[in-house]
Design a protein around this ligand. Structure first.
Ligand SMILES: Cc1cc2nc3c(=O)[nH]c(=O)nc-3n(C[C@H](O)[C@H](O)[C@H](O)COP(=O)(O)OP(=O)(O)OC[C@H]3O[C@@H](n4cnc5c(N)ncnc54)[C@H](O)[C@@H]3O)c2cc1C
Length: 560
């Protein structure tokens, strides 16, 4: 039975006890988009499911992406037609049916600089891209522009271009999408517990199969054994480490590649569309993000700490330099509000492992009975990754397990969306907030927006903003605790609301107010609130090292 999917942080202890006492059918390790998707896939097939995440939902790669739900134009150039076709179908399903409140169409301008060959080449690519989508299209066709037409919608571009094309993809708040998928899994009965790490894999007495995992509660240090018919590893760049916990040899290796984005104010680049530029190795995106642009990305090997990959001053200078090749008014270091880095889980095969099903998109591995894993792929195709790993995990399950139904399962907040959108004006009036506030909430919670507004109605202090100049309400902080499982300030400011990447001070000034709202719900005393604030400020300091090195104004602001 589907419940309301509230991940109430105050019920975490109870959920942990329940998990220790009852065997589950599927235990998912990892709460990124893939793990959240696997939990939803398994729970919606009628299985008993638990998901454990060692930090927070989306704390790994799934909050650090380019935030595009796309076919991947550059995979077309590599002739990876199946990957593009699948990703485009997923994009369209998300935009129209599964998550129209979260996944929104966005246009990209592709500037052309060479007069003769470039337009037919790129135009043909985009025609194929569009054609792969089929006839029922939720986003418009690409179109050709003259140089003058291009400058009209992107006056930021340096004159001298030969023309441009405009095409459409979609974008999402990656962390919010992940949290919504996890909540939808909970609504279908899954137990979702964050700050709980797998520290070992349990084996049957004869050692032939995996029968669960040893789990450490990272809040208390307590360990419990969780028994499971199947363990599904969705640990992204941590996959090899999780295999290592049980002495299991993986059928593939996950290589880490670091990608960095910078965030700059919207007025720093005058354009009413996103933009994509070809670079020597890949592409550079200008992605509209509310009042800002996200610009990136880079692609460099990484062998350091997985949890908090850091951007360097060179990464930032590379992005600025590449962007400035086309901009009439160059971006400077002073424009940079924030920077973030993520690790791509790239697959390299181990060729002596027959159980491995290798594909360009993602890899499913069943190295030993009772254990399955999936890695690689991309955010856009998480639903397919989840389906494939659950399919592999439940082979020979001992009873029939239905096929995946997630293609027909709107995420929480999608149901009834048109009616709630239509009632936006009335909601604003009834709750005494602006229409803008209701629209802001609709784009984040969809048809559940009323739940957030009710919190603000019950306690008017929650109708105040979290930080001046940003649209987030304090009610969203309370909702993050009562419905989205937030346990620490970082969970709120880095992933539930995105001040960590949107505010010039990374949300540092808002931390005490967030501690106060969270503390009221979670029973934090004065000292605990101070500890939580300090912990957040330390995170900000670690994340803004490269900006400090460059002496940017944003670094000075976050230092307080
Ligand atoms: C710079 C960059 C840009 C990208 N842009 C895009 C894009 O625009 N569009 C797109 O489709 N894709 C994009 N991607 C790819 C996409 O972000 C990833 O494929 C996806 O987020 C990976 O999700 P995941 O769940 O597999 O891994 P993760 O999100 O990393 O999740 C793994 C989780 O496992 C947890 N974990 C690890 N060990 C344990 C343990 N022992 N116990 C419990 N939990 C554990 C970790 O804490 C982590 O939260 C991008 C990637 C990068 C790096």
């Amino acid at each position: 039975m589907a419940g309301n999917g509230a991940l109430d942080a105050r019920n975490r202890e109870k959920a942990l006890r329940r998990l220790a006492a009852n065997q589950v059918d599927v235990l998912v390790i990892g709460g990124g988009i893939t793990g959240a998707g696997a939990a939803l896939d398994a729970a919606s097939r009628g299985l008993r499911v638990a998901l454990i995440e060692s930090r927070d939902l989306a704390a790994g790669t799934s909050s650090r992406s380019s935030k595009l739900i796309h076919g991947g134009l550059r995979y077309l150039e590599q002739r990876d037609f199946k990957l593009v076709w699948e990703a485009l179908r997923e994009r369209d399903l998300l935009v129209t049916k599964l998550a129209p409140h979260l996944v929104k169409p966005v246009s990209f301008l592709y500037p052309l600089y060479r007069k003769v060959v470039e337009r037919p080449y790129v135009g043909a690519g985009l025609a194929i891209y569009d054609a792969m989508e089929g006839t029922r299209r939720p986003v418009p066709h690409h179109r050709h522009l003259s140089a003058r037409g291009a400058l009209r919608i992107a006056p930021a571009l340096r004159p001298g271009l030969a023309g441009a094309l405009v095409y459409y993809d979609a974008q999402v708040d990656d962390a919010r999408h992940t949290i919504t998928v996890a909540r939808t899994a909970a609504a279908h009965g899954a137990t979702v517990i964050t700050r709980a790490s797998a520290t070992g894999l349990l084996r049957s007495p004869d050692g032939s199969r995996v029968t669960g995992a040893r789990v450490r509660d990272e809040e208390t240090g307590r360990q419990t054994d969780v028994l499971a018919q199947r363990v599904v590893v969705c640990a992204g760049v941590w996959t090899g480490l999780v295999y290592g916990l049980g002495g299991v040899r993986p059928g593939y290796q996950v290589r880490m590649s670091k990608g960095v984005h910078i965030v700059v104010p919207r007025e720093a680049v005058r354009a009413s569309t996103g933009m994509i530029l070809r670079t020597e190795k890949s592409v550079l995106f200008f992605i509209p993000w509310g009042e800002r642009w996200i610009v990136g990305t880079t692609d460099t090997d990484w062998s350091g700490e997985r949890a908090e990959p850091v951007a360097t001053a060179e990464d930032i200078d590379y992005i600025l330099g590449t962007a400035n090749r086309v901009l009439a008014r160059p971006l400077t270091r002073d424009d940079v509000i924030a920077v973030y880095a993520g690790l791509r889980p790239l697959i390299a095969a181990s060729d002596d492992k027959p159980t491995t099903k290798l594909s360009r998109e993602h890899v499913v591995d069943v190295p030993i009975p009772g254990l399955a894993s999936v890695a690689g792929g991309k955010f856009t195709t998480y639903r397919l990754m989840a389906r494939d790993v659950v399919d592999a995990a439940v082979q020979d399950f001992g009873r029939a397990v239905p096929e995946s139904v997630t293609g027909q399962l709107p995420l929480l907040g999608a149901d009834g969306l048109p009616a709630v959108r239509a009632a936006a004006g009335r909601l604003a009036e009834d709750h005494g907030v602006s229409l803008e506030t209701v629209e802001h909430l609709l784009g984040r919670y969809g048809s559940l927006s009323g739940e957030v507004l009710e919190l603000a109605r019950a306690d008017s202090s929650l109708a105040l903003p979290v930080a001046d100049g940003h649209p987030y309400l304090r009610a969203e902080v309370a909702y993050a605790v009562s419905h989205e499982g937030a346990l620490h300030i970082e969970d709120v400011l880095a992933r539930r609301v995105r001040l960590f990447i949107e505010a010039a001070d990374s949300g540092a000034a808002a931390a005490p107010a967030v501690a106060s709202v969270m503390g009221g719900l979670l029973g934090w005393g004065r000292r605990r609130r101070a500890v939580e604030v300090r912990r957040y400020l330390e995170l900000v300091e670690a994340g803004t090292g490269a900006l400090r090195e460059l002496g940017t104004p944003a670094a000075r602001e976050s230092a307080g």
